[in-house]
Design a protein. Sequence first.
Length: 849
Amino acid sequence: MPDSDPRTIYLADYTPFTHVVEQVELTFRLAPATTRVLSKITFAPNPESDGGTFFLHGEALKLISARIDGAAVEVRPVEGGLTCDVPSGRFVWEAEVEISPESNTALEGLYMSNGMYCTQCEAEGFRKITYYPDRPDVMAPFKVRIEGDLPVLLSNGNPVAQGEGWAEWVDPWPKPAYLFALVAGELVNHLDSFTTASGKQVELNIWVRPGDKDKCAFGMDALKRSMAWDEQVYGREYDLDIFNIVAVDDFNMGAMENKGLNIFNSSAVLASPETATDANFERIEGIIAHEYFHNWTGNRITCRDWFQLCLKEGLTVFRDQQFTGDMRSHPVKRISDVLELRARQFREDNGPLAHPVRPESFVEINNFYTATVYEKGAEVIGMLKTLVGDTGYKAALDLYFERHDGDAATIEDWLKVFEDATGRDLSQFKRWYSQAGTPRVGVEEALSDGTYTLTLTQATPATPGQEVAEPLVIPVAVGLLSPNGDEVVPTQVLELTETRQEFTFEGLGAKPVLSILRNFSAPVILERDSPNAERAFLLAHDTDPFNRWEAGRALAKDVLVRMITEDAAPAPDYLSALNTVARDETLDPAFRALALGLPSQDDLAQTLFEARRTPDPLAIRRSVRALSRAIAEHSGETLSDLYDDMIVPGPYSPDAEAAGQRALRGAALGYLTLVDDGTRARAQFETADNMTEQLGALAALLNIDAAESELARFRAQWQGDRLVMDKWFGLQASMAPPDQAAERAQCLTEDSDFDWKNPNRFRAVIGGLAMNAAGFHAPTGANYRLVGDWLIRLDPVNPQTTARMTTAFQTWRRYDADRQGMIREVLEKIAATEGLSRDTTEMVGRILA
Ligand code: 0A1
Ligand code: ZN
């Protein structure tokens, strides 16, 4: 579909801009409906360009005046911007434009959120602020003057001068326009400082609305830990005198790494024990780190063009994952990341939206901030590190920073530093960047005369636009255990490079038990039907914690699939194995909490679909609930002991150890509530002094559809807190029983607090409903229509969030003909909407294709 759209942009068409920008000076005269932006930009011919027409991007701008070298110039409007005749050498462009931040509901460019001015320029929002070559390979130092009757006026770089109603900022580091930012408002700051390794003192601020000042301490601590970590692990120091973070309520994504002025969705930075869960704290720590790490991987070294997005995103996600592992627990982090990868990226990679980590064409770049670019992009870096080793990785990264500081780089540049630093040829490995789809790895074992032979195969299914896939370089970490549980071959990395390949291990007396793809060494699907006895053995004995968890998960899946398809009873072996793990005090509580989790209903639907069975969302839900109840009954005593023992003494602290204990206690509560009529959950709701326990209790009660009074009390208590109210909305939409989902969702959208133009609230309700597997797929199709109609309504207001949320329908071909028919109708209705945005048009087109 994108290829048939005349607006498609291709990687192969890249050409450098005709000019370089030597200096940018901007003046903002802020007014809600009539902000004036004055620009003064010094252009010089780009020696790397073959010439061509001078072109500046610009969208929704009212041009007041334009001058070149002081003389008025006649500009010619063209699609997406303007062009004009320019001198052959260096020249100064000056323009004045008018924009209206208050009517900017798309939240791209300069907009207003709760009376405060803020910006979002990635990917192509700067062109809504002024005329400019809005492309990441045009980098320039910026000087910014802000005039406005507001106490706090912020931009990138260092503050150089300020007075009543104005402030000036200079950012000495050349940057692309997508990293520009401006904030103005009545804000208060949580102030701190950090001294860098070389002794430079950096002022740190988190800017928030006055009522939120008590929710900044954790974010600040996470920032300081991130700064220290990047120095210690990557040798990267911060490079300005000040680092500002601002929390805004209306934001399309999590946060944005603007140079020296990170802007955050308030949900990704604000936290207090009473209002944020342990999961929120961990997410905030990870996002603060992610945005901070972009200062080197994204800002100092940026992307040549948007096709290279994974250059900064894959690497920065990989870095934030390493950081969280170091701060908390590596196995627990790895398991959580793989859960996330399978839930979001595998779903994408195995459906109509599949695309390579580095796409080769797009219509709207905002549609490519995907799990594939981010999460699979990070997996690809993890594989590289596994293949070249820790020392090779470090040498390559040192070379990357040394060679490319100040550059707008490409994936070719990235791979070249690995080749140069390690001497390894990465031409085959590079296919991970250009080939979409999740590879399937097959496994065969044989033992003869003490030689154990492992035969691995690989195949990647066809994806949109790619019929044939070439073999990849797949690092497969394996270990072999003897039948008594000793490790006879410790972890080693096999490199699978061919379609079929044999690996041998000598000197084995008995057939070993294979532990394969340890620590999930590659983002692949293992096609292997191992006996459940072997899985139970690995769950009990594997030395690789990831694979221990994975064995338990495979068992659970097998049990569930049998329950769904054969009406089998919950397997007793599984129940007792799970009970043993839950009781095992040598295991980290956080790990045990993960082990107690069951595969998601969506995961089961995909598993059935791959086994060529049509998933019935209601049957899946019934089985998951039946198994949960069976676990609760079988392990009643264990769960009850855990619930009593895992109480964390003392005041709430979000640290990993305490959070792990609460997670295990919360998992126990979830099961126990199925068999105790909600007694424990009700008591916990009553006494909870932190959001983790309050929300955990509420969710447990909702799960047995007995939360009416708690919902009302929760609302009365938290009415004034937007982020907590998002949880109230989200939980109800995502947990409503299938026969009530439509009615409840309708009711939530009619609620006086359903502020649908706020992306967090919209996502809580409409996104929550789409995540309610059985509820969303209720046989009437009412929820498909409800989601579809809301997307049609949101599109003209906020195309970016609308387009992202069309992914609710990406798995539609899994389902039966009736459901497919109803979803097709909804998608076609969206597609036929007059004036539909380019963003949503592209997404719906790809999903339908
Ligand atoms: N670069 C940011 C994510 C981001 C991307 C696009 C946005 O608006 C279109 C906003 C934020 C990150 O990776 O955190
Ligand atoms: Zn990022």
